[in-house]
Design a protein around this ligand. Structure first.
Ligand code: 13P
Length: 256
């Protein structure tokens, strides 16, 4: 009942020119995708190109990597929800660990951005994840609970399923070290129980939880077979259209 969602987070990579040929290659490889939701999340500068290039492929949704919580004003360098909506953006990543670690994004800022996104009918992909030290110290459940609780505070229960929660263990991002399917599944089940506790079971059961951290064509299928893993947020392996297409096909295989 939860449609799987695969998102390509390009981070600070690919120009708008490269984005155009990416979409062409990707569409040639995947044909039409109906049973999995596909989101491409480029840099802001490539969003208009992608909107145009994927115009004939309505199953491709557009995402952005960040937004500001204010509607407009003197915030040099920032981008608003309205600007994203005007470019047909549907999803927005909020609270990625790189933004938390490198740009000082706090749970409070994440919360404001989640509310701004929902008010603008954008769907937040809210990222949570523990560091290696937190995992080894055994305190990761506490860390994750806090990130979920703070980030989603005040979200009306009827809007919860518009949020995609992305579990990205920091020790698995860009390291080639993936959580095993069992490790990821355990955390996803835990996160769903936290959602049920904070909201209710029905809303928790409807909300998608993506896994992110060194997902690649070789490990996608086994991860996507886990019952509480509802998709992936892919970094490095999404930069190549062929490799992202293979991840899509591996995911489609789990639905047959
Ligand atoms: P990698 O797939 O490169 O590990 O990145 C994961 C990520 O941070 C996606 O948002």
């Amino acid at each position: 009942m939860r449609k799987k969602i695969l998102a390509a987070n390009w981070k600070m990579n690919l120009t708008h020119v490269e984005a155009e040929s990416y979409v062409e290659t990707f569409l040639n490889e995947v044909g039409e995708v109906n049973d999995v939701e596909i989101v491409i999340i480029p840099s802001f500068t490539s969003i208009p190109t992608l909107a145009q290039a994927s115009g004939n492929a309505p199953f491709i949704r557009l995402g952005a990597q960040n937004l500001h919580w204010e509607k407009s004003g003197a915030f040099t360098g920032e981008v608003s929800a309205t600007m994203l909506r005007a470019l047909f953006v549907k999803y927005v990543i909020i609270g990625h660990s790189e933004r938390r670690a490198l740009f000082g994004e706090t749970d409070e800022m994440v919360q404001k951005k989640v509310h701004t996104a929902l008010e603008a009918a954008l769907r937040p992909i809210m990222c949570v994840g523990e560091t290696l030290a937190e995992r080894e110290a055994g305190s990761f459940q506490k860390v994750l609970r806090q990130q979920v609780e703070q980030g989603l505070k005040g979200v009306p229960v009827e809007h919860l399923s518009e949020v995609v929660l992305a579990y990205e263990p920091i020790w698995a991002i860009g390291t080639g070290r993936t959580a095993t399917p069992a490790q990821a599944e355990e955390v996803h089940a835990f996160l769903r129980s936290v959602l049920a506790e904070l909201f209710d079971q029905t809303a928790a059961d409807r909300t998608r939880i993506q896994y992110g951290g060194s997902v690649k064509p070789e490990n996608a299928e086994e991860l996507m077979r886990e019952p509480n893993i509802d998709g992936a947020l892919v970094g490095g392996a999404s930069l190549d259209a062929h490799s992202f297409a293979r991840i899509v096909r591996a995911t489609e295989k789990t639905l047959r």
